[in-house]
Design a protein around this ligand. Sequence first.
Ligand code: FES
Length: 79
Amino acid sequence: MELIVDTYYEDIGECLGRGLCGTCHVKLIEGSLNDIITVTEKETLNQVNYFDETSRLSCQIILDEKINNLTFKIITDNK
Ligand code: FES
């Protein structure tokens, strides 16, 4: 999420990365990430627009080597 805020958007992250607001919604469009998705993240994702099985909350994805070569799409209200 910090990468997105620093690079693209400043108006996401209303809950300050607690996985509650859904403003940091992204979709994994290339690669796979075998992270455990918490109950809180699942509940929040179920409430965002355009949710599907590739959806994640970027604030819940750790910035480490596991995301090397993955491609995410930032999902806004306009898709
Ligand atoms: S910043 Fe609120 S859910 Fe990610």
